[in-house]
Write a protein that binds this ligand. Sequence first.
Ligand code: ACO
Length: 399
Amino acid sequence: GYDVSKLLKATGAVTYDPGFMNTAATSSAITYIDGDAGILRYRGYPIEQLAQHSSFLEVSYLLIYGELPTPTELEEFDQKIRRHTLLHEDLKGFFGGFPRDAHPMPVLSSAVSALSTFYQDSLDPFNQEQVELSTIRLLAKVPVIAAYAHKKSIGQPMLYPDNSMNLVENFLRLSFGLPVEQYELDPTIVKALDLLLILHADHEQNCSTSTVRLVGSANANLFASVSAGINALFGPAHGGANEAVLKMLRQIQADGIKPEDYMEKVKNKEDGVRLMGFGHRVYKNYDPRAKIIKATAHEVLGKLGGNDELLDIAMRLEEKALADDYFIQRKLYPNVDFYTGLIYKAMGFPEKMFTVLFAIGRLPGWIAQWREMINDPATKIGRPRQLYTGYPERNYPAV
Ligand code: ACO
């Protein structure tokens, strides 16, 4: 109910841009997106090529250090991460302090925030060596913390990491293994999880990454900044969408509603319901990550024995939406999360873990963006302006 042009005049020359729809807050050499053409590249490499030929570990190196590693560099990187997987025993005590039904995302962000208390030797954001150590610690420990949050929620014992395994294998063993039996890695699950993590590894200035940069712009250390990013990712409009998609599909299944009737509800904006997993701030075309996932969803779900009925509902919704004027006019296409939940579920993860898996994937992107920010001479403390809409000066009532 206020006149923006008047407010702009009153404030002086500022740009009014809610949601930063049109404001570049930084320059960056990490990730390129062309939302209209549906293109995504990390450090210049098309996501399709990385998905087919690379690994999550290699992509993490690429994002953070700017170039693909040589085999020796990759081996060294892998070994360093394996050597830093143990959590301080006192940190493990944290997990007992949360309610058993706690959502693992706030457990993860709290534990990552707590890393600042355990590793006080790596808090100087301008000390390259310390930043390097924090980088490795985060890459090594976040999957372990995530797996422990899961184990805690199901009441199972936490295993120690096995350093004969890489980051992704270790995470699976810590999530699903038991001390009483040997954990057999399923190559289908390892490959599918590795792929999903690659697809989530960076996405330029999204909400959580911008949060990491904003917090870091105050010279907050890497642990503090990444913890803030995890909290941003917890929001259902951002990382929580994969969980929300599965809830929506199950609801449609449980209520026995036809996908087309659900679409009508969405279009009529009944109770503010949206088609979860659809739409994106940047992609006004098919999300290239969704294309890759769709292609593998059938293969993976076939092998893992996923819920075919939910996949059918998802495909039917997609088919209807892509042919519907409401979605065409608004350029709403499936985003990366439309199919991921179904795959995570088939792997054995509970819904609450889906956003945590997103966080593990996005971690190298957050680290790369934070390091770029801290080394950029153009960085200034993030401090947006506002248009004041409150009272003009008024007097405190006389007593
Ligand atoms: N279902 C139905 N309508 C939608 C949807 C949707 N999923 N998304 C957008 N719209 C409609 C809006 O109602 C609006 O219509 P209107 O002009 O008639 O009011 C129009 O499309 C534009 O929507 P905005 O909310 O302005 O678009 P914005 O760019 O701000 O939002 C967002 C992007 C948050 C992703 C949105 O599309 C959404 O809520 N999608 C569902 C949640 C989701 O899948 N999030 C995951 C994002 S991807 C990720 O984080 C990995």
